[in-house]
Design a protein around this ligand. Sequence first.
Ligand code: NAD
Ligand code: TDX
Length: 362
Amino acid sequence: MTDAQPRFARLLVTGGAGFIGSCFVRDVLARKDGTLVTVIDKLTYAGNRANLAPVEADPEQAARLRFVEGDISDPTVVGPLVRDVEAVINFAAESHVDRSILDPEAFLRTDVLGVHVLLEACRSEQERNARGERAAAPRFLQVSTDEVYGSVETGESHENDRLEPRSPYSSAKAGGELLARSYFVTYGLDVVITRGSNTYGPYHHPEKLIPLFVTNAIDDKQLPLYGDGLQRRDWLYVSDHAGAIGHVLEQGVSGETYNVAGNNERTNRDVVTTLLHQLDKPWTLVRRVEDRPGHDRRYAMDSSKLASLGWTNKMPFETGLAATVDWYLQNQDWWRSIKAGEWQDYYERQYGARLAGSTDAG
Ligand code: NAD
Ligand code: TDX
């Protein structure tokens, strides 16, 4: 045990077998401060028990992790789990914009209705607390995204800006966080919300830009760049994102929303140039393909509110990208097994016609 005791000793982490959720779980358990973590994860195509392997390899950490395979939209599973914890951190989501364009319904089920089920379970616990049946009401942290602001052509989004989501994914995420906020306003539930920017790092599912391009490039496969590739994203290393969420969990003011920026704004072309350089692969792998419909041109957020809470990111982009590229080179079993199975159908549906009609990317 360390000296600094965390505010919450028992956590329910939803989506803890996904990319950012598993990083949060690995980092919290590695603190070795006695925190107990229950993960609920549906193990969709994006969930992977192997993401928690480092925890399960350490008996002390493994003893403090309980894994439940289940759906956050199922109140019979969620209710008893929330009863046992002091805080709920909701990472669980359908998270890929392109899949939301192909098939939006799953996004509404998990990213909106699933949030509702979790909030209702927290509200029941708040009522138990009011009856003296538990020591405190649970805190609920909703992990949201910069995409709820929509495309930001200039300047930076602030927490009170209007939400203008433009894809089924970001609209569902906006719905989920607005619902969470309404439970603070209406029922006085202890709710905090984070809006993170584009996250990258180890264990990132290969459907997303950086891991898709790194793993395709390792195999000398084509890299499908949408449109002119001059869209801009602000890149945040995964352990910085998970750390910021932990900081807001501990320090965030109830009812407040916090932007988590990366402060590493790059065009997609810049990102691809850097990762190809790190892999020593040629630009000729890159193909210009038909753009994503409704493609947001740029995201950028101001995160001085989070800074004033005492949080700063640690990882510079080029260092983080080099560590990420190295991780994909060293962990080929991890991504090659994902790229078998369901992946093949998805890849054909998303990229088959696009690559067939692709042109030189300049
Ligand atoms: P991910 O797709 O890698 O992981 C999502 C996890 O949720 C998976 O393990 C999946 O099995 C699980 N899940 C999906 N539906 C579920 C359900 N109904 N019940 C239980 N578990 C379910 O996503 P990620 O990139 O780790 O994102 C985590 C969260 O962070 C999401 O809420 C996402 O919207 C948000 N976010 C992501 C980014 C990013 O760049 N990746 C940036 C900002 C915010
Ligand atoms: O094949 C591709 N080609 C391409 O040009 C893919 C997959 C992406 N892109 C472009 C689209 C975007 O401009 O790269 C950029 C990044 O795309 P994604 O990795 O799909 O991320 P994005 O759409 O920006 O959303 C991400 O950040 C915010 C996460 O997937 C979301 O979960 C998070 O909320």
